[in-house]
Ligand binder design. Structure first.
Ligand code: SF4
Ligand code: SF4
Length: 147
């Protein structure tokens, strides 16, 4: 049997459809982060982008996301090596590093729910940045989620 595309193609060789299907739906790249001025260290918070839907664990308007959130990062146009905060479980990072997808990845399991069942996603674990009273409060939401 032929191997699936994620085992045979480099990221840059994938079609747009293949590229999009590689996202596991964990939502972790949609968390706001804190960067410490003195060390440059970046830590995630439990505060998600205003467009993030915590129920579906997906972007609320993916097709038009750059209109709403101009600084949203288009991973397909970015050197992933320049994003050290990209979660270790992120499929783009795994494939880019020559590592396999895990059993819970929807492409492997055939079930979009396994990323949640395995506890890998941030579904139901976040608040929206719109609910932050003051941006300076963000540091209070730093989490140790071992992303
Ligand atoms: S961290 Fe990677 S796999 Fe998870 S939602 Fe973001 S792009 Fe998709
Ligand atoms: S705009 Fe959408 S894809 Fe970009 S960070 Fe926000 S929720 Fe995530």
């Amino acid at each position: 049997m032929d191997k699936p595309f994620w085992q045979t193609k480099q990221l840059w060789q994938m079609t747009p459809q293949e590229w999009e299907s590689l996202c596991d739906g964990c939502g972790k790249c949609c968390l706001l982060k804190v960067e410490y001025e003195d060390t440059g260290e970046v830590e995630p918070t439990s505060v998600a982008c205003k467009l993030f839907d915590s129920e579906t664990c997906r972007c609320g308007d993916y097709a038009n996301r750059f209109t709403h959130v101009p600084d949203c990062i288009d991973l397909s146009q970015t050197d992933l090596g320049a994003l050290p905060w990209l979660p270790r479980t992120c499929a783009y990072r795994l494939i880019g590093e020559g590592l396999p997808l895990q059993w819970w990845h929807p492409l492997v399991s055939g079930d979009p729910g396994t990323v949640h069942a395995a506890g890998v996603s941030i579904r139901h674990r976040t608040i929206s940045e719109d609910d932050l009273a003051d941006e300076a409060d963000l540091i209070r939401y730093v989490v140790d989620w071992q992303l």
